[in-house]
Design a protein. Structure first.
Length: 135
């Protein structure tokens, strides 16, 4: 279900905030990147999930290191999800499908952790709308 990755750009290692574990989940092969160092299985069960807008993909937010560090001080792990409208899939997917992708993420985390996660959704652009429509 997961593999540890260290992502590089232009031959250089990116900051630690961009290193972690990549999960592939759901029937449509969506991806979620769990940033180090806070593990997902914290006793409080809270997991922050960054939801990008239409055409946004993994690692395309310059504020990721700052967000990850701020959440780490509160002992809250961070995931960034890649939904069906990621990258150039805008127009082929819909906000409703993205909401379904988040449902599948919650189900995957529930099975992985053995308990339902408490998700703190952080939306960027249209990701705010996706988060607001989430149950």
């Amino acid at each position: 279900m997961a593999s540890t990755v260290a992502v590089a750009a232009a031959g250089r290692a990116l900051p630690q905030a961009t290193q972690g574990t990549l999960f592939v989940y759901g029937q449509h092969g969506m991806a979620a990147l769990h940033f180090e160092p806070v593990p997902l299985d914290r006793p409080h069960g809270l997991i922050a999930v960054l939801v990008g807008g239409l055409t946004d993909g993994l690692l395309n937010f310059s504020y990721l290191p700052i967000l990850r560090d701020a959440l780490a001080t509160a002992d809250v792990p961070l995931l960034q999800v890649m939904l069906r409208t990621a990258y150039r899939q805008y127009g082929f997917g819909s906000v409703a499908q993205d909401v379904q992708d988040l449902d599948e993420l919650a189900d995957t985390l529930d099975r992985h952790l053995g308990r339902p996660p408490r998700l703190l959704l952080i939306g960027h652009s249209t990701g705010c709308q996706v988060g607001a429509l989430q149950d």
